[in-house]
Design a protein around this ligand. Structure first.
Ligand SMILES: [Zn+2]
Ligand SMILES: [Zn+2]
Length: 281
């Protein structure tokens, strides 16, 4: 018989569907992994459709948006009573797209909207890369703060993903002042930030953000959400134990998730225990 502290209480709030053309498996398969790992549910956050062909090869087309809603809804119905499958979105921040996103976010009852700056998109590089990787990295952090200040998003995804672009040029000391200035602006908006476990599999193999930036986030009291950014069902909940330990090492005692676009905080220790009570990762 499961005791109260063994009940699933946390969500993995960042994952994709085949509609983005670079993820595999149906939402029900992601939901089943979540169950095995002791999660209460998942939030599907596929890449937002964008207008005018903007990076069209890595996202659903605007006309596929209703199909996305249907996919998530039907998965939620199929696994009802076993695991929660909620509707979210990973929206791309890019200058001039705010009006499109505002309208898009009003088209469905989202539980959670991630705001992402994706510096590796050709459109982003064309606009902002001028040959100096460090200047590019510093600009990326200012853009994160710009994204936060739009008020369009609940949480900023993988907030140092720029480090994977030219991993050899990444030196936190060179960007620290830009990170500090961005985090001051971000903290003032009340938005959450993500600790994204998929970073451990990238060219700069550590979570996004890494420990230095996480310490600066902790110092400003910015709420944190742990998520996997799964593009395959088997990664749901991956490395959550390590991520929760990283939060604790940074002095962060609360971890968040969103429901109906409102933030809920849980003690890190309780979440860790709820995951431990089930099949190991
Ligand atoms: Zn992303
Ligand atoms: Zn993602």
């Amino acid at each position: 018989m499961a005791t109260d502290d063994q009940k699933p209480i946390y969500y993995d709030s960042h994952m994709h569907t085949p509609l983005c053309k670079h993820a595999f498996g149906q939402p029900t398969a992601y939901g089943r992994t979540a169950m095995r790992r002791g999660l209460r549910g998942i939030v599907m956050t596929c890449h937002s459709p964008m207008p005018g062909g903007f990076s069209a090869s890595v996202r659903m087309a605007p006309e596929e948006f209703p199909e996305y809603l249907g996919l998530v809804e039907s998965a939620a119905e199929q696994l009802e009573g076993q695991v929660e499958i909620k509707l979210g979105l990973e929206s791309d921040w890019f200058p001039g797209m705010e009006g499109w996103l505002r309208e898009l976010h009003g088209r469905a009852d989202f539980h959670y909207i991630l705001g992402s700056v994706h510096p590796f998109l050709p459109e982003y590089k064309d606009a902002f890369y001028e040959g100096d990787p460090v200047a590019f990295q510093r600009g990326y952090f200012a853009h994160l703060a710009d994204a936060a200040e739009t008020g369009l998003f609940d949480c900023l995804s993988h907030p140092d993903i720029v480090k994977v672009m030219v991993a050899s040029s990444w030196d936190f000391r060179l960007v620290e002042s830009a990170v500090a200035a961005a985090l001051d602006r971000i903290a003032a908006t009340g938005i959450a930030m993500e600790l994204n476990t998929s970073g451990v599999n990238k060219s700069y193999p550590e979570m996004n953000p890494g420990p230095e930036m996480l310490g600066m986030i902790a110092a400003r009291g910015i709420p944190m959400v742990v998520s996997s950014d799964s593009h395959r069902p088997e990664r749901v909940g991956a490395d959550f134990g390590a991520a929760l330990a990283m939060l604790e090492d940074a002095g962060i005692e609360e971890v968040s998730y969103f429901h109906e676009r409102r933030r809920h905080g849980l003690p890190v220790a309780r979440v860790r225990d709820s995951l431990r009570a089930t099949v190991p990762n």
